[in-house]
Structures are given as C-alpha cells and as structure tokens.
Design a protein around this ligand. Sequence first.
Ligand code: AR6
Length: 180
Amino acid sequence: MERFALTETCALVVQEGDLTQSATDAIVNAANERMLGGGGVDGAIHRAAGRELAEACRRVAEVRPDVRCPTGEARITPGFRLRARHVIHTVGPVYRSAEKSAPLLRSAYRSSLELAVENGLASIAFPAISCGVYGYPLEEAAPLSLETCREHAGPLKEIRFVLFGRPTYRVWCDAAEELL
Ligand code: AR6
C-alpha cells in the first residue's frame, strides 16, 4: 500500500486487493449501462452486497430502454451487506482510442466524485474502471484517473484505488509517483 498527498486536504491511497472489502464510505462499481450486474468487479460487488443490490439497481429509472446509467455518468445506491455504506455505479467506455475514450473515462471518474461530494461522503474507493473486459490500456487509464481525482477531490478526505493484481497496482503507483 502506498499513500500520497493528492491535494492539501485529500489523501490518495493505492493498494492491491479486493475492492469489495473496502471500508470507505463508498466503493465505485465499474458497471454497464443496464446496471443489473455482470462479470468482473461488478459481479464481485453484487455477490458481496447481496440480492438487495440488484433490486435497488432495478429501481433506478431508465433514461431509455435498458439504459439506467449512460456511459460516463454515475448513480448511487446503498451498499447493503458491504462494509461500504454506498455503491456508486459508473460506466466507463469500451476502449476505442485514446482520443475517443479519454473524455468518457474522465467523465466516469468525475461523475463518481461529484456524487460522493453531493452525498456528503468523506472517502471513496475506485477499481481500475474500463481496464478489464472494456480493454482500456492501464498506462493511459492510470494518469487520467489520478489527474481527474486531483481536479475533483473537493472536500473528500480520502480517495483510494483498490487494484486487482501486482501489475495494475504497480502502474498506478508509478503514475502517482510521477504526478504527485
Ligand atoms: N476488486 C478490485 N478490482 C477488481 C475486482 C475486485 N474484486 N474484480 C475485478 N477487478 P472489469 P470494465 C478489476 O472487467 O473493464 C462487467 O461485466 C479487474 O482486474 O470488472 O469496466 C460490467 O458489468 C480490472 O482491472 O470492468 C461491465 O459489463 C478492473 O477491475 C463490464 O464488465 C475492471 O475490470 C465493465 O468492464
């Protein structure tokens, strides 16, 4: 685990591990637009939170058929059986190119942070959004995620990245050392 000063008032913690075990006020789910669960970190969060999470997600209003959370936006639900009191569901882009995908990935991080601040939360934990089945290159995603967190940390006290596997963890640590 490594700790950095992200802003004057907000700490950045980068750790290797399982996001579903995080005791932050919110954990962020790398969801899809339907918001009814899936594989990867989404599946792990739904399993750990219990059936009520899928029911809460189903109650989120559709903005068009089968879309509860458009790519780049975020929605909040309770965390049910998780240690985190809230789940912030966001949808990152399926990677196409740096030029096309970066604005959407930035927007996913920004929307999640804004929801945390609006709900008066102090701490939030992210996975590497879009870096699994959505194919976003780690070396592009890591600096983008950290820059966006630094810009939109607002009154948050702690932003955490809980990353699966040593390679992903190392890429985020290197990006943090470069940026901060
Ligand atoms: N804790 C932390 N990180 C995890 C965990 C975990 N428990 N499990 C996986 N990861 P992905 P995406 C990492 O594929 O690319 C789902 O089906 C994983 O190693 O979960 O945004 C959704 O329903 C990778 O580094 O999310 C969507 O359809 C990162 O989390 C789609 O996948 C993100 O991988 C979203 O794809």
